[in-house]
Design a protein around this ligand. Structure first.
Ligand code: GLN
Length: 465
C-alpha cells in the first residue's frame, strides 16, 4: 500500500479501522526519512522504529511525531543543535513527548535547529543546514527549520513539535509552506525543554494543515504540575470554522516600507478573501512595534546568557578530562571549543545588558517596552477579534544572500514576529500563496488564550482555498 499524501487524520482513521499494516508503514517511513536526510538534512537524529505496536483506542494510533532537538526525549540524544550537548541522552521525556506517546504518537526523530534556537535561517546549527524543500538553494527558516522542512517534504502522515522564542515556529512555517501554531505563553508545558529564554519560550505544533496542528495542540496543551508557568484555564473551543461577522484588523506597522512587494500583494489578496468570507476588515495601529526588535533581543539574550552557564563540560554532553586545569581554565576551554560564534556573541551581549551599571539602561528599559507592546495588543483586542499580517516580510532567502547579512540584519528579519512573541499571544502562520515559486505565510494573531480564534480563522481560510 502507498501511504503517500495521507493526512494525519486520514492515517489515524485507517489505523483505528485496522487498515494500516504498521510494520510495513514504518519500514517505508524509515526509508523515506533516510532519503530525505541525505538530500535535505532535516534531522540531528533519526529514530528507526522497527517494533511498533498500536493501541487503536488512542488519539494518535501510531502517528509519526518529530521533535525539535531542544525538546528532551528519553533515551534519544537531545542537543538543541549544539556541539556542547553532543552525546547528551536525557533520562526522561519532556511533557509534550510524554503526552504524545501516551496517545501512541511515535517519535521518528529529532529535527535540526539553530544552536539553542539562536537564528532565523537555521544556518547556525552544529549539525548541518536544512534545505528548503521547494528550492534547495534557500533556507528553511529558523530556528525550527528542520521541523518545518520535514513537514513540507515528507509525503507521509506526520506532525512536528517546534519551539518559538521570537518567531521560530512562524518563520520556518512561512518559508516552507506549512501551518505552525505558536500557543499563548504557558498554554503548553515547557517541562523538558532545553531553554533559550524562559519568559519567551513556547513549544507548538507544525503540520501540513490546520487540523493536524489542532490535533497535536489538543494533546500537548493544558496544565502541567511539572511546569508552574502552565495555565489552568480551559480552551474556549467552539469549532465554528466560521469567520462571518468577525472583526479583523491589519496593523499598519506590519507592512513596513521595505516589505517585498509581491509578498505584500499576496497577503493583501488573502485578506480580501477573508472579507469575502464575511469578516469585517479594518486598519489599526500598534505604535510600539518599532521598539520590538531591540527589546526582544535584549530580554532574550539576557535570559539566554544565564541559561547557558550550566553548559561547562561537567553536567551535560561534552566532557573531557579536567586534570591539571583550574576550573575556570577547563570551563573556558570547553565552552570556547564547543559553543558556536552566535552563541558566544549572545552570551557576551546578554551578560552586558544585565550587568550592574547597565541593567537600568538596557534590561529594565526593555522590560518596560515589553509592557507597552503588550498594552498595544490589549487595546487592539478590545476592538478586534484577531489581527492579520504577513508572517515574514520576504520569502525564504538564498544561502548566498544570508551569508552577506550582518548579525544586526539577521535580527531585523524578525521585525514581524518579535512583538507577538514578546507579548506571548497565540499566532498561526499558514500558507496563502506563492511568490517566485516559494510559499508566502499569512499570520493570524489573537489575544492571550484565544488559540480557538486563530485556529478557526485559519481553518475557514484553508477551506476556502
Ligand atoms: N530569530 C530569533 C532569535 O534568534 C527567534 C528564534 C526563536 O524563536 N528561537 O532569537
Amino acid at each position: 500500500m502507498d501511504y503517500k499524501g495521507l493526512s494525519a487524520a486520514q492515517y489515524i482513521k485507517m489505523s483505528k479501522d485496522g487498515d494500516i499494516d504498521i510494520t510495513d508503514f514504518y519500514t517505508r517511513l524509515n526509508c523515506e526519512l533516510n532519503t530525505l536526510q541525505k538530500k535535505n538534512n532535516y534531522f540531528v537524529t533519526i529514530v528507526e522504529n522497527t517494533d511498533v505496536s498500536v493501541d487503536k483506542n488512542t488519539k494518535l494510533a501510531g502517528l509519526p511525531i518529530s521533535a525539535k532537538d531542544c525538546i528532551c526525549t528519553k533515551g534519544v540524544q537531545s542537543t538543541a543543535g549544539s556541539k556542547i550537548l553532543k552525546g547528551y541522552i536525557p533520562p526522561f521525556d519532556a511533557t509534550v513527548i510524554a503526552r504524545a506517546k501516551k496517545e501512541d504518537g511515535v517519535l521518528i526523530g529529532k529535527t535540526v535547529q539553530d544552536e539553542f534556537g539562536f537564528g532565523t535561517f537555521s544556518t547556525n546549527s552544529a549539525y548541518g543546514i536544512p534545505k528548503n524543500p521547494h528550492d534547495s538553494s534557500r533556507s528553511c527558516g529558523g530556528s525550527s527549520g528542520g521541523a518545518a522542512g520535514l513537514t513540507a517534504a515528507l509525503d507521509m502522515p506526520h506532525i512536528a513539535f517546534g519551539q518559538s522564542t521570537g518567531g521560530s515556529i512562524s518563520c520556518p512555517s512561512s518559508f516552507c509552506g506549512v501551518v505552525g501554531l505558536t500557543p499563548t505563553y504557558g498554554r503548553i508545558s515547557r517541562y523538558g525543554l532545553i531553554d533559550y529564554a524562559n519568559s519567551l519560550d513556547k513549544i507548538g505544533p507544525i503540520g501540513k494543515c490546520v487540523d493536524d496542528v489542532r490535533l497535536l495542540y489538543d494533546i500537548a496543551s493544558g496544565y502541567d504540575p511539572l511546569d508552574m508557568t502552565t495555565i489552568k484555564e480551559e480552551d474556549k473551543r467552539d469549532n465554528k470554522f466560521d469567520i462571518d461577522g468577525l472583526k479583523l484588523a491589519i496593523p499598519k506597522e506590519y507592512f513596513p516600507p521595505d516589505i517585498d512587494a509581491s509578498v505584500k500583494k499576496i497577503v493583501l489578496d488573502a485578506i480580501d478573501k477573508m472579507k469575502s468570507l464575511g469578516a469585517e476588515i479594518s486598519e489599526c495601529s500598534l505604535p510600539h512595534t518599532k521598539y520590538s526588535i531591540p527589546a526582544y533581543y535584549i530580554i532574550a539574550m539576557a535570559e539566554a546568557s544565564t541559561n547557558l552557564a550550566k553548559y561547562c563540560g561537567m553536567r551535560y554532553g561534552m566532557e573531557e578530562n579536567p586534570d591539571g586545569k583550574h576550573f575556570d581554565e577547563y570551563f573556558s576551554d570547553i565552552r570556547g571549543r564547543y559553543l558556536g560564534d552566535e552563541v558566544k556573541r549572545r552570551i557576551i551581549l546578554g551578560t552586558y545588558t544585565r550587568m550592574a551599571g547597565y541593567r537600568d539602561q538596557y534590561y529594565l528599559k526593555a522590560m518596560k517596552v515589553r509592557r507597552l507592546i503588550i498594552d498595544d495588543y490589549k487595546k487592539a483586542f478590545k476592538k478586534f477579534d484577531a489581527l492579520l499580517a504577513p508572517t515574514m516580510p520576504f520569502i525564504a532567502p538564498k544561502f548566498t544572500e544570508i551569508e552577506k547579512l550582518t548579525p544586526l540584519e539577521c535580527y531585523n528579519a524578525d521585525i514581524l514576529t518579535g512583538a507577538p512573541n514578546l507579548a506571548g499571544i497565540p499566532m498561526l502562520s499558514l500558507p496563502c500563496g506563492k511568490s517566485k515559486g516559494m510559499p508566502v505565510g499569512l499570520h493570524i494573531l489573537s489575544d492571550h488564550m484565544r488559540e480557538d480564534m486563530v485556529l478557526n480563522i485559519g481553518k475557514a481560510f484553508e477551506k476556502a482555498q
